[in-house]
Design a protein around this ligand. Structure first.
Ligand code: AMP
Ligand code: ZN
Ligand code: FE
Ligand code: FE
Length: 289
């Protein structure tokens, strides 16, 4: 029995609908799936229904963009109340930032004599939390780049002409935001952030877990982060970070997190909900028993 706790749909920069994602999850034999779209929980309701239909346990989640000491960090929130008002207000703010950033990125691309239309990007994105992958897809679709890698390498990577930083909340605020909604806060793909020194400070601020298993973590990194999780008394999670069909084979199925990790997560979520004085969200999806 296994789970994938890091997945994206077309409610952010993935290509699958929640229904397609849930169907892939069932086909691959997953017992539990989390939808962790960037800065949004809009897909969670449809994903919850789709998972119920497929006999898969659904884990509500989101991947929040945050920062600490100048580093961009992604914080995964699990089992929070997706209708929590404070959370929804903050997410709406970050969605607006993302939309404004698309305009800025396209302006910069236009300044480089590439007449990409911003409408093309928004049509492709068709969601409230658009990001660089949507600009990249628009550049390819309009024939300005051959593929997504070229779009990132020429324009969108950090330091390239159309790279625009995102205005982010602090990691500590993000942890607090997740906790006050009864959720569990997990640092996503630490191997991609290269800021291990910050983990003890995050743990002191209430971070609950570390995403040790991730598609882009080499085996040595998995072992390394498992050790840090043990030292810092953090829960262990993992997921594929599948974005659908944007680049060749979808990543779902590549990470199979043992299901007992989900049970540990649920226990922590119940504790965090009790501390926050909110209803626990762990019993909502019965899934396959
Ligand atoms: P954003 O949140 O707008 O900064 O965009 C970040 C997203 O871009 C992440 O989800 C990555 O998966 C994606 N990304 C980063 N580099 C590349 C690349 N070379 N090709 C395709 N997607 C990428
Ligand atoms: Zn993404
Ligand atoms: Fe991420
Ligand atoms: Fe992600």
């Amino acid at each position: 029995m296994f789970a994938d706790l890091h997945l994206h749909t077309n409610f952010s920069d993935g290509t699958y609908t929640p229904e397609e994602l849930a169907a892939h999850g069932r086909r691959l034999g997953f017992r539990a799936l989390a939808l962790s779209d960037h800065d949004t929980v809009e897909g969670c309701e449809r994903m919850a229904h789709a998972c119920t239909r497929e006999g898969v346990e659904f884990v509500p989640a989101a991947e929040l963009t945050a920062e600490l000491d100048g580093y961009e960090l992604h914080l995964l929130g699990y089992y929070f109340d997706t209708s929590n008002e404070k959370l929804l207000v903050e997410l709406a703010r970050f969605q607006e930032v993302r939309q404004n950033r698309i305009h800025q990125m396209v302006e910069r691309i236009n300044q480089h004599n590439v007449p990409l239309r911003v409408e093309t990007v928004f049509e492709i994105a068709n969601c409230r939390a658009p990001g660089r992958p949507h600009v990249a897809r628009a550049l390819v679709k309009a024939g300005f780049c051959h593929n997504l890698d070229e779009a990132f390498d020429r324009f969108l990577r950090k330091g390239k002409p159309a790279w625009v930083p995102k205005c982010k909340m602090s990691a500590l605020q993000a942890i607090e935001l997740i906790h006050q909604a009864g959720g569990v806060a997990v640092m996503a793909h630490p191997g991609l952030n290269k800021c291990d020194d910050l983990i003890p400070a995050l743990a002191d601020c209430g971070l609950d877990g570390l995403e040790c298993y991730h598609t882009k973590h080499a085996q040595a990194e998995v072992t390394h982060y498992m050790r840090i999780a043990e030292q810092q008394n953090l829960l262990v999670t993992g997921g594929s970070d599948c974005h659908g069909l944007s680049k060749g084979r979808p990543l779902i199925g590549g990470i199979k997190l043992p299901y007992f990790r989900v049970e540990e997560l649920k226990k922590r979520a119940d504790r965090n909900a009790a501390r926050a004085g909110v209803q626990p969200q762990t019993a909502k999806s019965p899934g396959r028993i």
